[in-house]
Design a protein around this ligand. Structure first.
Ligand code: ATP
Length: 134
């Protein structure tokens, strides 16, 4: 099968770069599958798992939003934070989940609800990808 290079880049540096047969990502407009030869496009991503079918297996990356760009058989994902499944500290994500859930349950007057909800979604996504339960 034909391949294309997929790079995942964050402000902390590159997270992933492999030759991939297919990318499946959750965009704001729904699930998107990209094969080699796809037309150029840019799409905003949701907090979610990116699935990468490589010639040697399947990789998963937890992405905390950002953008996916397709350009001449090169896919670039630019995200504020992204981790490969193996790089995820599940205990840390469980703790982040618990903090966010407690904040949302306590509803203190100065609570930034959107911030807490986003933290919860990042944590749930990391737990899912880190435990390969995608
Ligand atoms: P936390 O409260 O645990 O920091 P967070 O969702 O606020 O979670 P982010 O701001 O999204 O964290 O990420 C900050 C940095 O920490 C990023 O580089 C991200 O890749 C990394 N990171 C966050 N959570 C984890 C995790 N569970 N395992 C590995 N790296 C993580």
């Amino acid at each position: 099968m034909k391949t294309m290079n997929v790079s995942v880049v964050t402000p902390d540096g590159p997270v992933y770069s492999e030759d991939v047969e297919m990318v499946i990502a959750k965009t704001q407009g729904g699930e998107l599958g990209v094969l080699p030869g796809h037309i150029p496009m840019v799409s905003p991503l949701k907090i979610g798992a990116v699935k990468l079918n490589t010639p040697s297996g399947t990789d998963f990356i937890a992405v905390s939003g950002g953008f996916l760009e397709v350009r001449s058989d090169q896919v670039t994902i630019l995200a504020q934070a992204a981790e490969t499944a193996g790089a995820i500290d599940i205990k840390r994500a469980e703790e982040a989940k618990q903090r966010a859930e407690e904040r949302l349950a306590n509803k203190q007057a100065d609570l930034d609800v959107q911030r807490a909800e986003l933290a919860l979604r990042r944590a749930l996504n990391r737990i899912k990808v880190g435990s390969r339960n995608v």
